[in-house]
Design a binder for this molecule. Structure first.
Ligand code: SF4
Length: 367
């Protein structure tokens, strides 16, 4: 990571600490910035009267805010870096520290990919005057996750990860000059900024958007975006300037793996139902609904609450499989690390015959 080109905006935090005369502040930084955490602690302590304690546990999102336990230590303010506020209450005053990256890649390499994807979207446009048989409709409107989903538009949805969101407006203009009708989607309450996506939330999607461009790096958000929307996705990496796309083969491989796990729980009689203790991952009601559902099918569900979820923390329980209601990406991205099948609530409903795989895959979203 090129740290010189990142802007860690600590000034507002220092002002807030001084204004409120805070004496003990907890700093929470994402995994990729842990190496720089001590420097940041020095900067805050040198510029204010506060002492800083690093919340050194792993942190992958704003769902994972330091909560009440730090109050027992006397912490007055949590400074959370690199993510934005969610629709959750952690019980602690929290200051979000924005991090931005000044990368500015050319759009030229991604334009041919976008043009190809736009043509795919045009083929999925519904035409009411046409009478199609079910099979023809299936062939024409099928999306990447097996849903028959006609579109009402072919707009380009422009999204990004949080450190690149300040670029979106300028890229919208560049892409419009290149001939695309661009929308920066506005999502639900879990998202703070237009064009923002999380690994568990792509709620800005709508049927007028026919395809996407993601400004960011890595495949974490891209996999979730295609699993959720079923739409073609082009990628532009501000760190390297490289363009690419999320391959449908990759999504098909993931779907085959999910299908395999659903088959694997066919004869399972007892399930551990994981509840995330992190403030933005806790889905107690969903977990209890899964327990009841298992009971109506004559199966047993045990509710297991955890802060972190990992194979060494659950594999030893004498159950046949696990259903995950904590971070949705644990089941999707990490299933191979577990000895026993680890499935999402939707996948359990399919396994029990309550929902149909044939109607398309349903991504486990936290609203
Ligand atoms: S994907 Fe997981 S870690 Fe990321 S914000 Fe959502 S629940 Fe949190």
């Amino acid at each position: 990571m090129d740290l010189e080109r990142h802007d860690f905006q600590l000034d507002d935090l220092v002002e807030r600490i001084k204004d409120n005369d805070h004496r003990l502040v907890a700093l929470q930084v994402p995994e990729g910035l842990k190496m720089q955490a001590l420097e940041m602690m020095d900067a805050i302590e040198e510029n204010s009267a506060a002492k800083v304690v690093l919340a050194a546990d792993p942190c992958y999102g704003a769902c994972d805010l330091v909560h009440d336990k730090m109050r027992m230590m006397g912490v007055e303010l949590v400074a959370h870096m690199g993510h934005s506020a969610m629709n959750i209450d952690s019980g602690m005053p929290t200051h979000f520290i924005p991090v931005t990256y000044d990368g500015d890649p050319e759009i030229d390499p991604v334009v041919p990919i976008l043009a190809r994807h736009k043509a795919i979207a045009e083929a999925r446009m519904s035409k009411k005057e046409e009478e199609l048989t079910d099979e023809e409709a299936q062939e024409r409107f099928l999306d990447a996750v097996g849903r028959v989903a006609p579109l009402s538009g072919t707009r380009l949805g422009l999204v990004g990860s949080i450190q690149h969101l300040h670029l979106l407006q300028e890229y919208k203009e560049r892409l419009e000059k290149a001939g695309f009708d661009v929308e920066i989607p506005i999502g639900g309450a879990r998202l703070t900024f237009p064009g923002q996506v999380l690994g568990c939330n792509y709620s800005g999607d709508d049927p007028t958007i026919g395809h996407y461009l993601f400004l960011g790096s890595g495949d974490f958000h891209p996999i979730g975006l295609v699993m959720h929307t079923g739409k073609p996705l082009a990628l532009l990496d501000p760190y390297t300037g490289e363009a690419g796309e999320m391959s449908l083969e990759r999504i098909e491989r993931i779907l085959r793996q999910r299908m395999g796990l659903i088959f694997a729980v066919d004869n399972a009689n007892s399930f551990g139902i994981l509840i995330g203790e992190k403030p933005g991952q806790m889905r107690r009601n969903l977990a209890i609904r899964m327990k009841r559902l298992l009971e109506t099918h004559g199966k047993k569900g045990y509710l297991l609450a955890l802060d972190h979820v990992g194979p060494d923390l659950i594999d030893f329980y004498p159950v046949d499989a696990f259903v995950n209601t904590a971070c949705p990406r644990i089941a999707i991205d990490d299933a191979v690390k577990y000895d026993k099948p680890l499935i999402t609530p939707f996948e359990l409903e399919v396994a029990l015959g309550e929902k149909q795989w044939e109607n398309g895959y349903q991504f486990d979203e936290i609203p």
